[in-house]
Write a protein of this length. Structure first.
Length: 474
């Protein structure tokens, strides 16, 4: 029996799964925490990976490994391959001003959408490079190569030291702001626009192309990918599927056969890990909004779900705008959360719990609408992520989305997608192997359109900063 390993190096932790390459059966797994913060020394990712691998029983017996990791993170390397400064993560919003500058300098949002399929916001690597050039010019000058978290970890697993050995995949490259999913090529002019100089960029591998071999050992290293593309691969998403992931971020991603280019900037025109495309809407605020509300109410998540489900749809008129960490979509990095419609009659824990769940889901429903407006077919909605373990989220989502949702059994779908890619590389077949995701629950509920109408009509929780471009949509 051939074994493969999938790695998920996410914002909060590193997960490793060891699976049967043919059937996908889970055999072993491990996990280790990452440090908090929006900038992290990549060495901490490596330490966590080593711990997670050890807990999973090691990988000396596997035939292939692939890494899925958080997108957008800026990892700068000097000419010797040393990390120049701690990596800026996707949820670091200090480059919001730099994003506005870059958008204007290229000629506006439409110019960026036509160039790379996306309009950069603070999450994108290209904006972080502009911030680096403006605020830490000495670090920018030392930067000889720029890569992403999964690129760096794959490079480390290969035991490489030559910058020319850096590699990536189209899914993760499409989130940089200087690689076009439509053309499949880098835009070095946009890199120079941001950083002020050239830098080596990782070679973009085909979906099942081997990167290198594991060092030490003979296991092949897959190209890896970004977390959203890995999750889509992990749940076996096909054209017409929309994957809604509620984790640290909220993601609504559709698998399509054509690239997207949305000049409004709401939809990011990303690629997936199979050769197709993954137009995507991402919010900064997701599962941690549920955490915060449960903490305010002094209850655990099970009790929080019961409270939310005990309140009527619409939370008796209360609306929560969940921009607790600013927001990426809509582009309001300086926004805060807010509660509207609070009255004596609805000043109850149940109403607050319900309004929190509905507010979170309204932002994701806006994402579904935006994908449909870009021409994406929405045949099935698949709900995954830590938030999908909430009974309240699963039962309320159909009423907000206006259609049923499918919820696979809980799993580490980013790590599973990486493992499935590793099996694909090992088998060298035309497509990834077909693995079962286990039992899938189907949730239905009558649509309650007034919930979304009230979310849209609620004023934004903070005045939009000068660099904000998008209207509030939830």
């Amino acid at each position: 029996m051939a074994l493969v390993a999938g790695i998920d190096s996410s914002t909060q932790s590193c997960k490793v799964v060891i699976r049967d390459a043919e059937t996908g059966a889970l055999l072993r797994q491990g996990r280790a925490a990452h440090p908090d913060g929006t900038e992290v020394d990549p060495a901490r990712w490596w330490t966590a990976l080593e711990s997670a691998l050890a807990e999973a029983g090691g990988i000396v017996d596997v035939v292939a490994v692939a890494v899925g990791a958080q997108q957008h993170g800026m990892v700068c390397l000097d000419e010797h391959g040393e990390v120049v400064r701690p990596a800026l993560l996707w949820n670091d919003t200090r480059s919001a001003g730099a994003a506005a500058e870059l958008v204007a300098e290229l000629g506006g949002p439409r110019a960026w959408a036509e160039a790379v399929g996306s309009v950069p916001v603070a999450s994108f690597t290209v904006t972080k490079l502009r911030w680096l050039a403006e605020h830490e010019p000495e670090h920018a000058a030392r930067t000889a190569a720029v890569c992403l978290p999964h690129d760096w970890l794959t490079w480390q697993l290969a035991g490489a030291s030559d910058l020319a050995a850096l590699s990536t995949d189209r899914g993760d490259a499409s989130g940089t702001g200087y690689w076009s999913a439509a053309t499949g090529t880098y835009r070095p002019d946009l890199l120079r626009l941001a950083l002020g100089q050239d830098a080596l960029l990782p070679r973009v591998l085909a979906p099942a192309e081997a990167a290198w071999s594991l060092a030490p050992g003979n296991a092949v290293l897959g190209p890896g990918t970004g977390d959203n593309a890995a999750a889509a691969l992990g749940v076996g998403a096909r054209a017409g599927d929309v994957v809604v992931s509620i984790g640290t971020s909220g993601v609504v991603a559709a698998v399509t056969d054509v690239p997207a280019a949305d000049p409004s900037g709401i939809v990011c025109g990303f690629a997936d890990a199979t050769g197709r495309f993954l137009p995507l809407v991402c919010t900064l605020n997701a599962a941690r909004v549920l955490d915060a509300a449960a903490r305010i109410l002094g209850v655990d998540h099970a009790s929080f779900s019961r409270l939310a489900l005990s309140a009527p749809a619409g939370a008796a008129g209360m609306t929560v705008v969940p921009y607790l960490e600013g927001e990426r979509t809509p582009d309001r990095p300086d926004a805060t959360g807010a509660i509207h419609g609070l009255q004596l009659a609805n000043a109850t824990p149940a109403a607050l719990a319900r309004a929190t769940v509905e507010g979170l889901l309204c932002g994701l429903a806006d994402g579904l609408d935006a994908l449909a407006a870009q021409g994406a077919s929405i045949d099935r909605v698949v709900l995954v992520g830590g938030g999908a373990r909430s009974d309240a989220v699963c039962r309320i989502a159909p009423s907000v989305f206006g259609q049923p949702v499918l919820v696979p059994a809980p799993g580490e779908y980013v790590a599973d997608g990486a493992a499935r890619q590793a099996a694909w590389v090992h088998a060298s077949g035309p497509a990834a192997p077909t693995w079962s995701v286990g039992d899938t629950a189907r949730y239905k509920a009558d649509p309650v359109p007034q919930v979304r109408e009230r979310c849209v009509s609620s004023p934004p929780p903070a005045a939009a900063p000068a660099h904000a471009r998008l209207p509030a949509t939830s």
